[in-house]
Design a protein around this ligand. Structure first.
Ligand SMILES: Cc1cc2nc3c(=O)[nH]c(=O)nc-3n(C[C@H](O)[C@H](O)[C@H](O)COP(=O)(O)OP(=O)(O)OC[C@H]3O[C@@H](n4cnc5c(N)ncnc54)[C@H](O)[C@@H]3O)c2cc1C
Length: 455
């Protein structure tokens, strides 16, 4: 994409910017989901934070929708701006690590791969990272950010020390737990409703040099969920996630991926790490990786999927947070449902244990109870089959409604039609706080309309 590099000085006019091509606007009308399309007026790549502030200050009073875009990995139009402007934050990508303070400051458009590179160069790491490092800092923090270590350390958003944001009123504000805490809480996991993040200061912790990765296979969901439950509680592994995988005869097998820092005491520690777990010991896989290699584990998958073309196909994904006690019944039933059969052919089913006490950002809604289970159905639709995508989105909706009856909650990076009423129910007691913050910080209601919160 060509960047708008000229100095923009008043008077501005909100017409498509010079230097942008039709292709730029076409790209901004789509996202990784390839399900929802929109007609933006144009794309704006702010050359500076000041330019972004002035841009938003102009757009608001004219009622022009403004949506930030980082990596564009949203799956249902959340990074699009129907009838308005997509702000491409790729140019705000500076990353600076302050090892003495154990912090890192990143522009909102910086990719997590760059954050990881800069932090690891100092022997440090963010405590929570997403599996895929291609998204932007602003994109992940606005949704929350769950990773393999979330059972211990919560969201990526829970480790933000300070934010610089541009509010919908066109003001540049620095906020933190101490300064403007209402705005800070409204922005983290706040779905871009009150302000656009332009810079974030993240806490870092010491990074291990090497890790030991265990893949532990289960043939029954009962033992799988029991082991995930105990691993979520006892902290013996720093990272825990899992998958359901298609097995013969229409069945599903389950796999826990658990990672611990390599301390030099291995192999003597290994029996202790897997002590009491009920997996199939004959098929367990154990390997040593550098921590950086482990963090970049999706790079290879992405390269393969790009080559096969699956990366470019529609992604009707659904992610739910379930009360842990509901998961052993809900998950096998959902996977046996004919409407989900596409997952067997082309997709990944992820299952992550989470602990409620670790999740702090108030706008990340979660089920009641101490333990939770994240279920992510990441399916890829066949090319040229829009009816298949429509069916998958309808199946997502049906599954969401079943999960809701059991106390389940949506993780909002999903391909799911939601009404204003759904969102109000989703946020529950936090809705009034969010609505007050919206009135105050985005008085013209122009920011991030793609979620349809106020429809
Ligand atoms: C392969 C893959 C793996 C993934 N793995 C994980 C995972 O492990 N954990 C997890 O939590 N998520 C995961 N996700 C989801 C992904 O992290 C989120 O969709 C994230 O928002 C993507 O970041 P992005 O920069 O591409 O955001 P975009 O798609 O560009 O934007 C997403 C939303 O954030 C808003 N936004 C973007 N930048 C800003 C900003 N600066 N200020 C305010 N709002 C902003 C956008 O307007 C939009 O509403 C995964 C996605 C993919 C495709």
């Amino acid at each position: 994409m060509k960047k708008f590099t000229g100095v923009i000085s008043p008077p501005y006019s909100l017409v498509p910017f010079p230097g942008f091509t039709v292709e730029d606007t076409v790209r901004a009308a789509d996202d990784f989901g390839h399900i929802v399309g929109s007609r933006p007026l144009g794309v704006f790549a702010p050359p500076s934070v000041a330019a972004l502030r002035e841009f938003v200050a102009l757009a608001g009073p004219q009622g022009l929708p403004v949506t930030a875009r980082g990596g564009g990995y949203s799956v249902y139009g959340q990074s699009q701006a129907e009838g308005g402007y997509v702000v491409d934050l790729g140019s705000l990508d500076e990353v600076r690590c302050a090892p003495a303070a154990r912090t890192l400051t990143a522009g909102a458009g910086a990719r997590w791969s760059e954050v990881v590179r800069a932090a690891l160069a100092e022997g440090l790491t963010p405590p929570v990272l997403p599996d895929h490092l291609g998204g932007s800092v602003g994109g992940l923090l606005s949704t929350g950010g769950l990773g393999g270590s979330s059972h211990r350390y919560g969201l990526a958003a829970d480790h933000v020390r300070e934010l610089d944001v541009v509010t919908g009123a066109g003001e540049l504000v620095t906020c933190s737990r101490e300064r403007h805490p209402d705005l800070f809480d409204a922005v983290l996991a706040g779905l871009g409703q009150c302000a656009l993040i332009v810079r974030a200061t993240l806490d870092l912790v010491p990074a291990p040099t090497l890790v030991r990765r265990f893949r532990l296979y289960h043939h029954s969901p009962g033992t799988f969920f029991a082991d995930q439950r105990s691993l979520a509680r006892d902290d013996r592994f720093s990272h825990v996630c899992g998958q359901a995988r298609p097995a013969l005869g229409g069945a599903w097998d389950y796999m826990i991926e658990a990672v611990a820092p390599y301390t030099g005491q291995l192999p003597y520690e290994e029996p202790l790490l897997t002590d009491g777990l009920e997996h199939d010991r004959d098929t367990e896989e154990i390997e040593t990786l550098s921590y950086g290699e482990f963090l970049r584990r999706m790079d290879r998958d992405e390269r393969i999927l790009r080559t096969t073309g699956e990366w470019q196909r529609p992604h009707p994904w659904l992610t739910l947070l379930l009360p842990e006690e509901a998961a052993p019944g809900f998950v096998p039933t959902a996977l046996a449902d004919h409407a989900q059969s596409g997952l067997r052919a082309c997709g990944v089913v992820q299952l992550r244990p989470l602990t409620s006490r670790a999740l702090r950002a108030p706008l990340l809604r979660r089920p009641r109870g101490e333990l939770l289970c994240l279920l992510s159905l990441m399916r890829t639709a066949p090319p040229g089959a829009p009816e298949n995508v429509r069916e998958a989105v309808a199946a997502n909706r049906a599954l969401y409604e079943r999960a809701r009856e059991l106390g389940g909650v949506l993780y909002p990076t999903s391909a799911l039609p939601m009404t204003g009423e759904d969102w109000r129910a989703h946020f529950g007691p936090a809705w009034e706080t969010l609505a007050r913050a919206k009135d105050r910080y985005d008085p013209h209601s122009v920011l991030t309309r793609g979620y349809g919160l106020w429809a």
